[in-house]
Design a protein around this ligand. Structure first.
Ligand SMILES: [Zn+2]
Length: 148
């Protein structure tokens, strides 16, 4: 199935659907909301269907990789903990008030846009999230210490 890049790019009006960075169509990467390597977990899912495609910048697409949207969100949340544990530079800068942890929720760009295209993206994310297995959800809770 041929992917219509123009149509994907227009979904978020030329922005990355995750971080919201403005992206030129030539720099846009096409993310599969439900990852391609997990297509078998949703029988009958047309993995390249337009509904499963998210416009993404290179950075977000690389980070999201084979994660689902919720796992990607947890990866982002986890960055602060990783810095706190692993970076003396981070701890020093924080000690002197140069860095402040906000505890903000990670909200993706497509989750806040009030357009029909973004509503469709939210619908797809909700639909495919049901395929996340209980084992995986338990693992995520334990690993990240958060309720999903
Ligand atoms: Zn992005």
């Amino acid at each position: 199935m041929r992917i219509d890049r123009q149509k994907v790019w227009e979904k978020c009006e030329g922005h990355c659907g995750y971080c919201g960075e403005a992206i030129a169509i030539n720099d846009m990467q096409v993310d599969h909301i439900w990852p391609q390597n997990r297509a078998h977990q949703i029988p009958g899912l047309a993995i390249h269907d337009h509904k499963n495609l998210m416009p993404a910048c290179r950075v977000c697409n690389n980070w999201k990789s084979t994660y689902t949207v919720e796992l990607f969100r947890l990866q982002i949340i986890d960055q602060v903990k990783q810095l706190r544990q692993r970076s003396a530079n981070y701890r020093m800068a924080k000690r002197y008030g140069l860095i402040e942890e906000t505890g903000l929720k990670v909200v993706f760009y497509f989750e806040n846009r009030q357009t029909a295209a973004c509503e469709m993206l939210r619908e797809t994310v909700r639909d495919v999230a049901k395929a996340q297995t209980q084992t995986e959800l338990d693992w995520m809770r334990k690993r990240y210490g958060v309720e999903l």
